[in-house]
Ligand binder design. Structure first.
Ligand SMILES: *[C@@H]1O[C@H](CO)[C@@H](O)[C@H](O)[C@H]1NC(C)=O
Length: 325
């Protein structure tokens, strides 16, 4: 695997070596004090850990290989991230399902908040906010609700065939339109137009570059040098800050545009007869404590946007490999 580290990052990474080395040493000392043995795992290089040995596109192949050598529960360090790889369904169920109260969490990614991606609630740490988002999400997307979406899916399936025949060049947009239309209608009661819909364009603009920006190298850099987000625009090294700001703007637009659409339609009464995840919950919010309203609204916006992200990624992952950045 080749790590595509650009020149700025390489220089900054050089400066960061000493910081990380000090950290690694502290960690080592702490571990000795805890005396808790780690599971076996591959030998790790200083600073890099095992990042160079992990297949970046199909990491599970590497983990399976290591599983044969080190067992079903193995310890890996990748850059400064410490990971435990679970290679058996039995252990996964015992830890992640039966003891989910202890093990339900997400790793901290220093790029998440600066790049606006904390809107994706499946990235956020286990806690009250996560539970609220998860509950709102589940109300709309539980398995029993699937049948409700079928008429819309059939209608859109016909449309995508016509679009593919008419305009095969733009197949990427047609797939994005298809995968988003069902969820957009359930979440916002928004009817995507068959071609060039402005909301679909906002989603593509926000998500196609989004995931390629939050690389592990960048996360490590921001974790080590948080001041990189504060350097003035004219200063050397401000490219990370500027790309983070651009990403946050695009992602906020993707989250706000359809949300405002629902609020406006509710205000002028045109959505009264129809329902959607956002409209129903905004109505429910009316009856809540003033103090809880902003928390609830924020959770609702995250749950709604995460549904959009999920539907988009399920069908259209790979956009960044198709020259769309
Ligand atoms: C959202 O979070 C999930 C789970 O952590 C991840 O697989 C997905 O790629 C994320 N998508 C975006 C756009 O952040």
């Amino acid at each position: 695997m080749a790590l595509a580290v650009d020149r700025h990052l390489a220089i900054l990474a050089g400066i960061s070596l000493s910081f990380v080395a000090v950290k690694a040493l502290k960690r080592f000392i702490k571990k000795r004090q805890n005396n808790a043995p780690l599971s076996p795992g591959p030998v790790s290089l200083p600073l890099l850990g095992s990042v160079l040995s992990i297949d970046a596109y199909e990491p599970w192949l590497t983990y399976t290989e290591w599983g044969a050598a080190y067992g079903d529960l193995l310890f890996v360090r990748s850059l400064d991230e410490e990971m435990v790889v679970v290679n058996s369904q039995h252990i996964a169920e015992a830890l992640l399902d039966k003891r989910s109260r202890i093990y339900s969490d997400r790793p901290y990614l220093a790029t998440l908040v600066p790049y606006g991606l904390s809107i994706n609630f499946s990235f956020i740490a286990y806690g009250d906010e996560w539970r609220l988002c998860r509950r709102l999400f589940h109300q709309t997307f539980r398995p029993e609700s699937a049948a409700k979406f079928r008429p819309m899916q059939i209608k859109r399936a016909r449309e995508i065939i016509v679009n593919l025949v008419d305009d095969p060049e733009n197949y990427y947009n047609h797939f994005a339109t298809f995968s988003l239309s069902v969820v957009m209608s359930a979440v916002y009661d928004y009817d995507i137009s068959a071609r060039d819909d402005p909301m679909v364009q906002t989603v593509i603009k926000a998500l196609v570059p989004g995931l390629t920006l939050i690389t592990p190298e960048r996360a490590l850099l921001l974790k080590t040098f948080p001041f990189l987000l504060k350097v003035p625009d004219w200063c050397w090294g401000s490219s990370i800050k500027r790309s983070a700001r651009g990403s946050t703007e695009r992602i906020n637009q993707m989250a706000d545009m359809p949300f405002r659409y629902v609020q406006q339609h509710m205000a002028d009464g045109s959505l009264l007869a129809r329902s959607s995840m956002v409209a129903e919950n905004l109505r429910r919010m009316e009856r809540q404590d003033e103090a809880f309203k902003p928390v609830f609204e924020n959770g609702l916006k995250k749950a709604a946007t995460t549904a959009i992200i999920a539907s988009y990624e399920t069908v259209t992952v790979g956009g960044s490999f198709m020259g769309l950045e």
